[in-house]
Design a binder for this molecule. Structure first.
Ligand code: SIN
Length: 524
């Protein structure tokens, strides 16, 4: 077991890095754990942007932002979370990311960030760094955490489980204690060892689970590790049926999907079918391409089902007439060019893809989970902000704000509690004669999980499909759990174990909720 630090932050995207920096600024000793190299996060993949402040003349206000968030959230948003974010978030974005860290947002003529538009936002309020905003933010955050004297960065470590009392306590009388988190077991793929990282407070910021779906805009590391560990430690988890699909991922048969940012439609791109018809007029004539994501994704799904086509198209011509595409959207243009497509002359084939998990570990306004000692922020957490469907460009802001708030609450809570002596905690025990892990089995199991969720728990769901999926994955879950207990640990096996558990959480929640709302849509 390691010596006990004040705060262990698991995950190094915007939520984790912000939490680490805030706690470290407040004087806490912090260990920040990254699953990959620092910077290799889902945050880095975010193209569109982060909600900032619209210029005063734009008539924007926290009340207008709150109304947009609640409109997208389909009646399920937690009002206090929306208000806190609408009041505090944009100011923090500006003061912390732009003024303090110097994130290179695109600037207007007056030298301040020049916000862009995105779907379902009623003002131009999105700060962006071309179409690689997440990467610009992550780069600045990674540099800041590396430099901070109170932060120790630990890279390429995988979360195995949270360390909890009484579960990991040697003394049987601890069974009467409330459940408390004391850090985490971490696996180092380079050595094959598991270490116990002890902390007075632990903050989960491990991100989402898009990789559970066959088609996703997320990186392969988005396997729900933190959600699964929190569930095993018996934290309260909510809203798992609400998986958001991004309407426009670049379609190239047999290749992973690449996000084509919402900002394209925000700036005027059209969705058309093979005949060139702007089909959103049939589904949402008022807002057309600027309707909330769940509405647009379903419209695309229905259009594809009706026509039998494998994709629809994004037409950038209306926007190319006004904007220099190469200057504004270099990431999108490079992705298209890599597929031999020229958006100046051709429509881009697109399909929806799993993008964001709106459910998660339930937290309060200060990032506290239902387990003492455990905080959560970012996509792994459910603050209630997104309700049943997330408004574009709220996720980076939520990660930033709850990272800050969680860190402040964690530091405030330090001291005074009964913390077990490291000697009273059980060490990690590897199986005596572990079997080698067969990569083919892992790949096959992932294939089954990903295609099952995509086909049966995707954009349009029915009770029959969900029941079938639940039965199929129930059997697989037993096999994976046995595999986990008998085989040598590997990152791939840990991720598979997380993936199957999260898949079952999604299926159970989707089956139990017969009501279509936001991104949970049941046709039965
Ligand atoms: C995008 O650029 O469309 C993604 C932004 C988001 O998911 O909020």
């Amino acid at each position: 077991m390691s010596h006990t630090v004040d705060l262990l932050v698991l995950g190094a995207g915007i939520a984790g890095c912000s939490a680490a920096l805030r706690a470290a600024d407040l004087g806490a000793s912090v260990v920040l754990v990254a699953k990959d190299e620092l910077g290799g996060t889902n945050t880095s993949w975010a193209q569109g942007g982060i909600i900032g402040l619209a210029p005063p003349e734009a008539g924007d206000s926290p009340a207008l932002l709150a109304a947009d968030i609640e409109g997208a959230g389909a009646g399920l948003c937690r009002r206090e979370a929306v208000q806190v974010l609408a009041e505090e978030g944009p100011k923090l974005c500006r003061s912390f990311l732009w003024e303090r860290l110097g994130v290179p947002f695109d600037l207007g003529e007056n030298g301040t960030p020049d916000p862009t538009a995105e779907a379902a936002h009623s003002a131009r309020r999105i700060y962006h760094a071309k179409d690689a905003t997440g990467l610009a933010i992550q780069t600045a955050l990674s540099a800041a955490v590396r430099q901070h004297p109170n932060i120790q960065v630990r890279e390429r470590l995988c979360l195995v489980d949270l360390i909890t009392s009484p579960h990991h306590c040697l003394s049987p009388v601890r069974v009467y204690d409330p459940i408390r988190v004391h850090g985490a077991f971490l696996f180092d793929p380079a050595t094959g060892e598991v270490e116990g990282a002890l902390a007075r407070r632990t903050l989960l910021a491990t991100g989402g689970l898009g990789y559970l779906y066959l088609h996703t805009t997320n990186p392969p590391s988005a396997t729900g590790d933190g959600l699964a560990a929190a569930y095993r430690a018996s934290a309260r988890i909510v809203n798992c049926e609400y998986v958001q699909f991004h309407p426009t991922a670049l379609y190239s048969p047999g290749k992973p999907r690449t996000l084509l940012t919402e900002a394209l439609r925000g700036e005027g791109a059209w969705l058309v079918n093979r005949k060139g018809e702007r089909f959103m007029a049939k589904y949402e004539p008022e807002h057309m391409e600027l309707a909330p994501r769940d509405v647009v994704s379903r419209a695309i799904f229905q259009e594809m089902a009706a026509s039998g086509e494998a994709n629809v198209y994004l037409d950038l011509a209306p926007l190319a007439a006004r904007l220099d595409l190469d200057a504004h959207f270099p990431t999108v243009m490079a992705a298209c060019q890599a597929e031999g497509l020229d958006p100046h002359r051709q429509r881009i084939p697109v399909v929806p893809a799993a993008h964001y998990f709106c459910g998660g570990v339930l937290v309060d306004l200060e990032g506290r989970t239902s387990l003492s000692g455990l905080f959560a922020a970012g996509e792994v957490a459910c603050t209630g902000l997104h309700g049943a469907n997330r408004l574009a460009s709220t996720s980076l802001l939520e990660g930033l704000l709850w990272g800050f708030r969680g860190a402040e609450a964690a530091v405030r809570d330090l001291g005074g509690e009964d913390h077990p002596d490291p000697g009273d905690l059980a060490q990690w025990r590897m199986p005596k004669a572990p079997e080698p892990t067969d990569p083919l089995l892992i790949e096959q199991d992932w294939g089954l999980i990903r295609s099952t969720l995509w086909n049966y728990a995707g954009i349009v769901r029915t009770g029959d499909r969900l029941t079938r999926a639940k039965a199929d994955l129930h059997y697989l879950a037993h096999r994976i759990e046995r595999f986990y207990h008998e085989a040598s640990l590997s990152r791939e096996l840990l991720e598979l174990r997380s993936g199957i558990l999260c898949a079952r959480l999604i299926l159970n929640a989707a089956l139990q909720n017969p009501e279509s709302r936001g991104c949970h849509y049941r046709v039965d």
